[in-house]
Design a protein around this ligand. Sequence first.
Ligand code: ADP
Ligand code: MG
Length: 363
Amino acid sequence: MEEDHKEEHFTVAVRVRPFVARELEGAAQSGWEIPGPTSIKEASGERMFIYDNVFDQNTSTQILYEEICEKVIWKALQGYNGCIFCYGQTGSGKTFTMQGSRKDNPGIVPLAIDTIFTYIQQTPDKSFLLRCSYLEVYNECVNDLLNPNLLNLQIQEDKQSGVKVAGATETVCTSVNQVNSLLYMGETHKQIASTNFNMRSSRSHTIFRMIIESKNREYGNADLNVATLNLIDLAGSEGANVHGTAASIHRTREMSFINKSLLTLSTVIMRLSDKTNNAPIPYRDSKLTRLLQPSLDGESKVVIICNISPSLDAYEESLSTLKFAQRAKKIKQVIVKNEVIDSKALITKYEAEIKTLQEKLRE
Ligand code: ADP
Ligand code: MG
């Protein structure tokens, strides 16, 4: 029973996107069948993989969100760290899943923002402070997508606030519109910064981070809860599929850095699932894993969505993604609530904004 309880805090799902126009025009063949809500099978083979969830071509992001992501957001609102990320080769549907496309197909990020603000509105006995940052890990440099002048920021670890990106913009947000304009700003900066946007977006990891502080209004100096929620659109996993071999770390500097972060992530995940190995887990080997450490190291709720193409042409890459998902499945997590007793915490500095937010929401 206890084991079950721990396990459910780590969710690994596979999402198969529909064929896109290019594939339909080329009469692409299906590489995969989905026999049930937790299994996926080779169309022309015997291998079958089982996960917590398998979402087929017809499942909307909204349904996927309600089934596996919303609980992470609820937990973050109660003070537990959360981390949702999309893994998969370029073109497999990571950005579609995380950001969505306009209003008719919202992604996890806008759906999460909606959940957060609805909850705040419905919980007048608590005050909340929401700070957002938008970061990119590109060539093992952490860049601030909210301020294009802030490049190669340093990661700092401190006992009280955990992992911090020194100098990164953290904007206090009091409305859905404000968060949306931050996201828009981040996207614009990303496009301007790159000579080849498509190449860059397939090679960088994008992290939308929300820090949620909350406290009970009724008890003046009650403990604060502080949770960090990371929503991550990972770099394309192609090129990171030869695990740990020198052959996979070659070509350009850029390529090797993607591999470094994704390979380290893969190693960290494998090591977390291997309870028999007590050696230190190599979080420090890449920027991505350093940033994500608090979301992976046993104090957090984690959802990994592994995106694959339906096409037989992408079989090898999809298989590699399914294997990554299999390693991740074994991770067991224990949840620890982040209680902070610190009168200097930011929430006290922002009482005015919080009050305004509450008033706005009641209107
Ligand atoms: P990635 O970010 O992994 O490179 P994208 O999210 O850009 O991939 O998706 C590649 C293409 O497939 C895009 O044109 C996108 O709109 C489309 N697509 C991905 N997932 C879905 C889906 N679930 N339903 C409809 N179209 C999708
Ligand atoms: Mg993308």
